[in-house]
Design a protein around this ligand. Structure first.
Ligand code: G3P
Ligand code: CA
Length: 292
């Protein structure tokens, strides 16, 4: 075969391979470092109420495919998307159920939570917005062609939430090859929870939220693909230490940092070569990346 034809074929194969590989693996097959993924934290949470369907619609409308969310469980076993362990800050629960302090998510049924307004606290424009179930949320992501960094929040409060979450994901078609390869990462501040997800479904990409000691990274590399620290705790030295390990899918460990909301922070972490930037202000991060 002609040399140029061989080169073209190799390039086409590399491009096709990259389409189906996680970010960290794309980096491995691409001599040019790709820019970090921009992840809309709790959806486009600077512009719409966090962890709601309007927040992920807004992220999509702004042109961002990756969103982050938080998953917890109701009293009667429904998975819902909400950050705090109480309903107080992001709903009108105090008005609707005045005698039920401290208004913990796990003390309310799904039907009760479905009555709450999860938008008015943010702006009257979002009055009537509901706390979505994970199933509703996944269907909207699918409709919007979005990608999900799913955080299992406070798993110690919800025994078995890992298997239950995987079941909802499977029922929605999110555990097929195409979703696993490029559209889903499951993360938690709980290493035990992330390990459980990995053991139950090894094909799922996982991330640990935090900054383990360098000496412990090899242990995490047995069950996580990414280490996701607060951006304020990251350094070039730590980045190199993370990269020196390969995760369960054979690629060097990746890094998504949180929560970067300004240009200076974006430039700093992009300089470290992070794979993803989790942000409340995705367009600020995107604009800063364009200047690099
Ligand atoms: O994805 C990182 C970030 O979401 C972790 O912190 O409290 O916003 O869930 P928090
Ligand atoms: Ca989160």
């Amino acid at each position: 075969m002609h040399t140029r034809a061989v080169a073209a074929l190799a390039a086409a194969l590399a491009a096709a391979t990259a389409l189906f590989l996680p970010t960290s693996e794309v980096r491995a097959v691409d001599a040019h470092r790709p820019q970090p993924m921009v992840v809309a934290h709790r959806g486009a949470s600077a512009y719409a109420p966090e962890n709601t369907l309007p927040a992920i619609d807004k992220a999509a409308a702004l042109g961002f495919s990756w969103v982050e969310n938080d998953v917890q469980r109701t009293k009667d076993g429904e998975l819902v998307v909400i950050h705090d362990t109480t309903l107080k800050r992001t709903t009108n629960v105090e008005q609707v159920f005045p005698g039920r302090a401290p208004w913990k998510v796990k003390d309310f049924t799904a039907a009760e939570i479905a009555r709450l307004d999860a938008g008015s606290w943010f702006s009257p424009a979002f009055a009537g917005t509901r706390v979505p179930t994970l199933g509703q949320y996944m269907r909207r992501l699918e409709r919007n062609h979005e990608k999900l960094l799913l955080e299992i929040k406070k798993p110690e409060l919800y025994p078995g939430i890992e298997a239950q979450t995987l079941k909802v994901l499977a029922n929605g078609g999110w555990l097929d090859h195409r979703h696993l390869a490029s559209r889903l990462i499951v993360q938690s501040f709980s290493a035990g929870s992330v390990r459980t997800v990995h053991e139950l479904k090894p094909a799922v990409r996982t991330a640990f939220l935090g900054r383990p000691d360098k000496a412990d990274l090899h242990r995490y590399a047995a069950f996580v693909d990414l280490i996701n620290p607060s951006y304020r705790t990251l350094s070039a030295d730590y980045m190199a230490a993370v990269r020196a390990h390969r995760g369960p899918h054979g690629a060097p460990l990746g890094v998504f940092v949180w929560t970067v909301n300004d240009a200076a922070g974006t430039r700093t972490v992009a300089g470290y070569g992070v794979d993803g930037i989790i942000t409340n202000k995705p367009e600020v991060v995107r604009a800063a990346l364009k200047t690099l």
